[in-house]
Design a protein. Structure first.
Length: 470
């Protein structure tokens, strides 16, 4: 189990560092995972400084986060929330959408693998593609990964270069066999699925290439995904078989929405200047969270971060009630209360003013926006710095959706088990500028990685030889 920490510093620079890779004893459940997680937090002195945890959607992780929340609530360490990984959730939704065409995609992938390995076959495809004018934007070799990006590439190929694909299949039928041939019904199914999933491809592409992915932006995308699924289910043009598929997709989309619909994600979303209250999902905007968010802001960011002179909020109200609302207090106390009221009003006005202004354009650099506007919103910017560090995904989205994920997995599997923790943690720390030396020599991570992979490969070769001899 890997534990990664994310935060935004006072200069509005985003930081990410791998804290540890823990061995969770097998068999394990949520309690064992919780113990490993708290051990890491205590080792770094973070046990009472955690704002959120983004988990991998597994039941054990959810249970571990639930116990951690109970602990933090008991310590009154501040607000804490755990949310599912949006990338994994979206990937499961997409998998449902691909369910009926997976066998067809596998057949197309076989053809593409043959094309990628044959210059002659690839040249024929290019010539046919040009003759049929089916587009010339194909990048060779074509991606054949079993991740979403590779699956969509197969759909895209058949949908946009169907005649070229048929031509190659016919010419090389003796080599390929007729098992790869696609009938009209199969092509129609691919066309339906491709057309429906095209917005999903655009969404995942934006998510993977976004410089600083926020919870607010992901909720905006996921809301659009839910709308797309609903339109498919309600459209009279959608085949009945695909409406059934869309229903399964909708269930997973609703599950994600239910898990992230709370005050915590609402506050995180509205602090994205591109989202604010205008672009948050209806499930969040209808939850009546604005006043709760305002109360949280006044309670936690008018006092804690700005010292006693900024004190106000609920303590003031309770004191006035104790005094019965009478003016039988000293003149000095009246002055103090007046200043406290003014301070609380100013704090509230910061949030009101921020939300009154129109959202920033989607391409806006969120961190740069807050860096420039922090003088206008001195208190609100502190809250934004906390909440915008909350991660919508538990892993880099490209590892879930793209072929890069397969490469990362291979690299991890090749790594010797005993050195996984050391190698990956050292890499993360070196990338953050931390330098390590061993006997006065600075550690070269890339060289270390090459040696680890080579050692693993050698070990596998020896094991294979031993098996053959036996």
């Amino acid at each position: 189990m890997s534990v990664t920490c994310h935060w935004i510093d006072e200069h509005w620079c985003f930081h990410k560092v791998l804290l540890d890779i823990c061995r969770v004893p097998y068999p394990f459940g949520g309690s064992e995972m919780y113990q490993c997680l708290t051990k890491v937090l205590k080792m770094y002195g973070l046990e009472d400084r955690v704002l959120s945890c983004t988990h991998d959607n597994s039941e054990t992780a959810v249970h571990a986060c639930h116990v951690l929340k109970d602990d933090l609530d008991g310590l009154k360490a501040g607000p804490f929330c755990y949310i599912p990984c949006a990338a994994r959730s979206l990937n499961m939704i997409i998998d449902d959408g691909l369910r009926t065409t997976k066998p067809l995609i596998s057949r197309v992938r076989e053809l593409v693998l043959e094309m990628n390995s044959s210059v002659e076959m690839l040249d024929d495809f290019v010539q046919l593609n040009s003759a049929y004018q089916e587009g010339s934007s194909w990048k060779f070799p074509l991606e054949t990964s079993t991740r979403w990006s590779g699956n969509y590439q197969m759909l895209d190929l058949v949908r946009k270069a169907g005649k070229s694909v048929d031509g190659v299949m016919r010419k090389y039928e003796e080599v390929l066999g007729n098992r790869m041939t696609l009938g009209s019904t199969e092509k129609n199914a691919i066309s339906v699925v491709h057309g429906f999933l095209e917005p999903f491809h655009k969404t995942t592409n934006d998510i993977c290439t976004n410089k600083f992915l926020t919870v607010g932006l992901v909720l905006f995308f996921m809301d659009h995904i839910s709308e797309t699924i609903s339109m498919c289910r309600e459209s009279r043009h959608s085949p009945e078989w695909f409406k059934t598929v869309a229903e399964d997709m909708a269930k997973k989309a609703r599950s994600y929405s239910t898990q992230v619909c709370n005050l915590f994600t609402y506050m995180t979303a509205i602090l994205d200047p591109r989202i604010k209250t205008e672009l948050i999902p209806g499930s969040l905007s209808s939850g009546g969270y604005l006043e709760e968010a305002r109360a949280h802001f006044v309670r936690n960011y008018s006092t804690t971060h700005f010292g006693p002179s900024m004190a106000g909020g609920y303590g003031l109200q309770s004191q006035e009630i104790e005094d019965g609302g009478h003016a039988n207090v000293s003149f000095a106390e009246e002055i103090v209360r007046k200043r406290r009221r003014a301070s609380m009003s100013n704090v509230t006005d910061e949030l009101t003013q921020y939300l009154t202004e129109a959202p920033a354009p989607i391409p806006t650099d969120v961190l740069e926006w807050w860096k420039v506007n922090s003088t206008r919103y001195p208190r609100l910017s502190v809250m934004a710095r906390d909440f915008l560090a909350v991660q919508p995904t538990s892993v880099a989205p490209e590892e879930v959706f793209c072929g890069k994920g397969e490469e990362v997995d291979k690299q991890r599997f090749c790594m010797p088990h005993d050195s996984t923790q050391t190698v990956l943690c050292v890499r993360s720390w070196i990338q953050k500028g931390i330098k390590f030396k061993y006997r006065s020599t600075e550690i070269d991570y890339e060289r270390l990685m090459e040696m680890a992979v080579a050692a693993a490969a050698a070990s596998n070769n020896v094991s294979s030889s031993d098996k053959k001899e036996n």
